[in-house]
Write a protein that binds this ligand. Structure first.
Ligand code: PHE
Length: 434
């Protein structure tokens, strides 16, 4: 019998984050490529493993204590993002992200194969770790500065926990779960936030069970590769059952440059298929770059917010970051409980319209909104677009919905934010206000 999941945010089904595999679709096939600026080949930056020691765990209030903004020409970190780094929500006891992380770790512990836990690795990583080691070539859309927060040409805020795979394998770790905050420049709505949390799982298989060295093609055609994929699928189906009960699920073929074959797991939720994780058999070239050409294994990556929003019925991704005790006190038991919404404060909206230049990147506008309005902007959405037939100029109109999670906003403060946004959008993004 299938377990019916409690009704939760419809928003999850509709406006989900860009499918993980689509982000990595090869430059030839992706829909997202828009004259991606080709970054010069990445240099290795500073050493990766700050915060490696257990003692490096920081507390909730430690966010924003680190300077990540500099005048380096590649640096595009904003004060808003800088404040989030170090909040480490996944390490705060009884935070929903912590509870779900523990539940997943508990599932793996019960499998009887020990997985090492890494959850305090530094979110500042090198391009080498985040991209090169994972077969993501220079110029690939996943590296675009419009999607990624760069500290310098060679360092960035990790865009996925896969950034730690290779370094951990190089250090001799064979089975591990690695959780952390990840950062992607993104749109603004109830299911998108520029920072979220992922868990990466890696398992290298026992050497004795694997054939001696094979070419990449021989490996892909081998029984051992099929067995590795089957073990991965079984393990993750078990995980989803452990979290949700025996929910309906399906596997979808996917593409990630660092796994081969690659798959996504979807669950049937509120009448729709919802992607919950990406995974695959680790690509031979990724292993070879770690000096492990004789080894094979699997890897997966899942988004903790996505799972927690379903399990706890949390309707808005921004709630994870609130320190409002009406939110935090609900999870004091450390158990999975349904979130009881507290009253919403009234919203108000303002529109802004402008002509955009050819170089327009929507994410830059989203960033500017966040810079001006922070968490008070609940949703920013394009509501109108037209091109003037005579001048050929393209005009966009955005509707900005303002709402605070914990108080009523005054007209004056909303007007002031909107005024600032209008002042800045011209000089910063080269648009012409209408
Ligand atoms: N890193 C991928 C993402 O962020 C997920 C993934 C992890 C896929 C490991 C395959 C293997 O979407």
């Amino acid at each position: 019998m299938l377990v019916l999941l409690a009704p939760v945010p419809a928003v999850l089904g509709m406006a989900s984050r860009t499918s993980a595999a689509r982000r990595f679709a090869s430059p030839r096939t992706t829909r997202a490529v828009s004259a991606a600026p080709v970054l010069r080949a990445a240099r290795a930056g500073r050493p990766l493993w700050h915060g490696f020691a257990a003692g490096a765990t920081t507390s909730a209030s430690a966010g924003g204590t680190r300077t990540l903004i500099s005048d380096d020409p590649s640096n595009n970190v904003t004060p808003y993002i800088e404040k989030l780094v170090g909040r480490n929500l996944h390490l705060i006891p009884n935070h929903p992200l912590f509870i779900i992380k523990r539940k997943i770790e508990g599932y793996f512990a019960e499998l009887g194969i020990s997985f090492e836990i890494f959850d305090s690795l530094d979110p500042v990583v090198t391009c080498t770790a985040c991209f090169d080691d994972l077969n993501i070539p220079p110029g690939h859309p996943a590296r675009k500065p419009s999607d990624t927060y760069y500290l310098s040409e060679g360092t960035l805020l990790r865009t996925h926990t896969s950034a730690h795979q290779s370094e951990l394998m190089r250090r001799g770790h064979e089975r591990f779960l690695c959780t952390g905050d990840v950062y992607r420049r993104d749109e603004i709505d109830a299911s998108h936030y520029p920072a979220f949390h992922q868990m990466e799982g890696v398992r290298l298989m026992d050497v004795a069970d694997m054939p001696a060295q094979l070419s990449r093609d021989e490996w892909l055609a081998s029984d051992a590769c099929a067995r590795t994929a089957a073990e991965l699928k079984g393990t993750l189906e078990g995980l989803v059952d452990a979290l949700f009960g025996p929910v309906e699920k399906r596997w979808v073929e996917a593409y990630f440059p660092f796994t081969e074959p690659s798959l996504e797991l979807e669950i049937f939720f509120q009448g729709d298929w919802l992607e919950v994780l990406g995974c695959g058999v680790i690509h031979s070239e990724v292993l070879a770059k770690c000096g492990l050409e004789h080894r094979h294994g699997w890897a997966f990556g899942l988004g903790l917010e996505r799972l927690a929003m379903i399990l706890f019925s949390i309707p808005d991704i921004r709630l994870f970051w609130t320190e409002d005790t009406r939110f935090t006190s609900q999870f004091a038991s450390g158990e999975v409980v349904k979130f009881q919404p507290y009253s919403k404060y009234p919203e108000c909206y303002k529109d802004v319209a402008f002509f955009v230049p050819e170089t327009w990147e929507e994410n830059d506008f989203m960033e500017l909104c966040r810079e001006c309005g922070g968490d008070l902007m609940e949703n920013v959405k394009m509501i109108d677009e037209f091109t003037n037939p005579k001048s050929g100029k393209r005009s966009l109109c955005y509707r900005i919905v303002y709402r605070s999670m914990d108080r009523s906003l005054t007209n004056e403060e909303v007007d002031e934010i909107q005024f600032q946004l209008r002042e800045k959008v011209g000089p910063k993004l080269g648009v012409e206000l209408r």
